[in-house]
Ligand binder design. Structure first.
Ligand SMILES: NC(=O)c1ccc[n+]([C@@H]2O[C@H](COP(=O)([O-])OP(=O)(O)OC[C@H]3O[C@@H](n4cnc5c(N)ncnc54)[C@H](OP(=O)(O)O)[C@@H]3O)[C@@H](O)[C@H]2O)c1
Length: 295
């Protein structure tokens, strides 16, 4: 049976890709998309809609994702990334529904070795990571029927992600400083959405497929190498390029510290579900040309 799906955070980059992915796959699948008008921190804003729609599964793509802003606004970070998750989990527990919640490689710090598997100990280095880790923990205690899909460095055509920022800066700058001591796995937003859609088919009443799953692109690289790859793709298309100058997190001086190597091991996703998310080199040339045409 096709599940009825409710998406929270539907106006974010993953939320939009989920809406597009569901409607492309099956235009008649019942999907309720609750965007920014539905404040996840205020259950009175979404409860009636969920009660009326009666979803089989909720996908929570709402989060306070501005990593540096989270350092300045920890209360907001914990309200959105932990307390709202608890309220959603409680709604699901009361109604016997499943929840797919998206989390992050930033629940990990520098204490382990990458690629990081699902059972590795968490050790967040910043408020964003700590608030997302707290959201994971509380979800596990409230709702057995959950999936926590951890992803990393989500990129796509929307403004605000690293890829779109470098594309924008390349138009006007001759040199862009990019940190070389941060490594992770870039994940194309539409690939992530497709993986989440396939996972949402697997959380029916008889399923035992619950727990934490890493869902990241298969290729790990530094932010510096990511930016260099964008410039190479721009050069191929005859677009203006900028010199990418390596720097360090310490010199760059962002308010939030990031892990130096948080590559997620997503092999369980492939073994258990047959899903493999392509790496950056498989997606970049096409995406650069699409975004360049839009501007
Ligand atoms: N982007 C990444 O690189 C990345 C990496 C790892 C994991 N993730 C996870 O992936 C998920 C989706 O992130 P994304 O990349 O799609 O980020 P995004 O574009 O920032 O989307 C998050 C959405 O949540 C909304 N939101 C924030 N506070 C809210 C509230 N109180 N009530 C309702 N909506 C609220 C945001 O709206 P406003 O922007 O208007 O506040 C935004 O539309 C998140 O769980 C994030 O932690 C993302």
């Amino acid at each position: 049976m096709t599940p009825r799906v409710a998406i929270l955070g539907a106006s974010g980059q993953v939320g939009k890709a989920l809406q597009a992915g569901f409607s492309q796959r099956n235009p008649i699948q019942p999907v309720l998309a609750l965007g920014r008008d539905y404040d996840v921190t205020d259950s009175s804003s979404w409860r009636a809609s969920l009660d009326a729609f009666e979803p089989d599964v909720i996908i929570n793509a709402a989060a306070f994702t501005a990593v540096d802003a989270c350092e300045r606004e920890p209360d907001r970070a914990f309200a959105v990334n932990r307390d709202a998750v608890a309220a959603l989990a409680q709604w699901c527990a009361n109604s016997d529904k499943a929840l797919i919640h998206i989390s992050t490689d930033y629940v990990f710090g520098d204490s382990g070795s990458a690629p990081i598997t699902e059972d590795a100990p968490v050790s967040p280095l910043n408020i964003y990571g700590a608030s997302k880790e707290a959201g994971e923990s509380i979800l596990r205690t409230i709702l057995p029927r959950h999936m926590i899909a951890r992803t990393s460095w989500v990129y796509g055509p929307d403004a605000g992600n690293f890829f779109a920022t470098i594309m924008r800066l390349a138009e006007t700058r001759d040199q862009i400083k990019v940190v070389a001591d941060e490594i992770s796995c870039p994940t194309f937003v539409s690939d992530l959405a497709e993986a989440l859609i396939r996972l949402s088919d697997r959380v029916g009443p008889d399923s035992t497929d619950f727990g934490t799953i890493h869902c990241a692109g298969e290729q790990g690289l530094s932010r510096f190498d990511f930016a260099q790859a964008i410039m190479a793709a721009r050069a191929e298309l005859g677009l203006k390029t900028a010199e990418i100058a390596p720097t360090t997190q310490a010199l760059f001086g962002a308010p939030a510290r990031r892990p130096s190597d948080s590559r997620l091991d997503s092999s369980f996703l492939e073994r258990a579900y047959g899903i493999k998310l392509p790496g950056l080199s498989a997606r970049l040339p096409h995406l650069v040309s699409v975004l360049a045409r839009q501007n």
